[in-house]
Design a protein around this ligand. Sequence first.
Ligand SMILES: *[C@@H]1O[C@H](CO)[C@@H](O)[C@H](O)[C@H]1NC(C)=O
Length: 217
Amino acid sequence: MLFRSASLLSLALLSLAAPAAPETEADLAPDVNSLGYLRCSAGSENQVIGYISRSLNSFGEYIGVSPSSDPNDVNHRMLVSLDVTGTGPQALLVKNAPKNNFPFLGGIAGSQGSSIGSDGDYVLIGGTQSTAVGAKPSYCGNTFTDSTNKLRKCASAIWVFNSTSNQVTPQWTNDDGTAVTGNVGYVNEAFVITGDKKEFEDTWEDKVEWVTLTLEN
Ligand SMILES: *[C@@H]1O[C@H](CO)[C@@H](O)[C@H](O)[C@H]1NC(C)=O
């Protein structure tokens, strides 16, 4: 929001300073994109535990970065571009992505397939190519397949922004077209999206940190 009003202000100043400059439609359109970090908080107190980082692990999955273990964490946080006026699912462009051909923060099918719901199945979070809003998972290019040579489906337009809370929540479309609001967990240095936290924990017996993602700018 701050970012948005600051750019509107500079547009106003610019037109005052240069009244003769022709105004184009692009100049007049408000900038709806906001840049920010994706903050991860957890627990009943919603304590900040870290951020999604701009780094991928060896499987091509984005990892987290925590201020408590990395004094230089600001430089390692992922910076995303988000449409703050959007109400439905949208794709988040990673502005400081590692050099790769998969610039969006997307979901990539887990080992059990590309649908989630009432079982322990999950979707990974990595870099993907662009897919349409509401599209079923497809074999779009992604960092997991690129790193592991394992073919996995993916989707990019899976993030819903709440402009009141600044929360960013995944909405995943399954193979049958149904949309599922996902839970985000941090487990074994990777983020997962799953439909049912308890089923996920029971299935994989891993220590999971369930997080809320919030745009911080
Ligand atoms: C957005 O966040 C606010 C504040 O937490 C909440 O009251 C509201 O229900 C949320 N909106 C949606 C659509 O989830």
